[in-house]
Design a protein around this ligand. Structure first.
Ligand code: ZN
Length: 171
């Protein structure tokens, strides 16, 4: 598939977007039907819809991922994934849950947010060596970029994720 240039770049022409003109498209898994979608980086903020099921590719809420669908979003999708590893019996996890939820619309579409229940998906916890929960982990191309253990507030989640994204871009 040939990469498409975002159409509004020509009309807009602002220098903020010029730097992204040669940025590659992102591959994104649809949260609803799991189809892989190609989306120009500069158009992610324009509420892109799935080419197959036409539902929004960003929902403003973390995706609950398990062993069956994790790699589709973590590895096959090129967008960084911010994962909250948690379990239903963990008090601090439950305290953090609404904060993580509220961070989603603030951080999308720079990244996608996901939750992994380590009781329901122990193989994912083992794969990443999760020793305590909650653990927040930023992944890019399926690989860990950074992790932080312990409950965080919405502001801390947003600040931490933005900081890690910025330093990851420089690598
Ligand atoms: Zn879809």
């Amino acid at each position: 598939m040939a990469p498409r240039r975002p159409r509004f770049l020509r009309a807009n022409g602002s220098s903020r977007y010029d730097a992204r003109m040669n940025a590659p498209d992102h591959l994104l898994a649809c949260p609803h039907c799991a189809a892989m979608n190609r989306a120009p980086v500069a158009r992610l903020a324009e509420q892109p819809k799935c080419g197959r099921c036409h539902a929004p590719l960003f929902t403003g809420t973390p995706l609950a991922l398990g062993e069956a669908d994790f790699d589709r979003h973590a590895l096959r999708s090129t967008l960084p994934l911010l994962v909250d590893f948690w379990a239903p019996w963990c008090g601090p996890c439950l305290q953090m849950a609404p904060h993580f939820q509220q961070a989603a619309p603030l951080l999308e579409p720079a990244l996608r947010l996901a939750k992994v229940d380590t009781d329901a998906s122990p193989a994912l916890g083992n794969r990443f060596g999760i020793r305590s929960i909650p653990t927040l982990m930023l992944l890019r191309d399926g690989a860990e970029v950074a992790r932080q253990a312990g409950a965080m507030t919405r502001e801390q989640v947003v600040q931490w994720a933005r900081m890690q994204l910025a330093s990851a871009r420089g690598r």
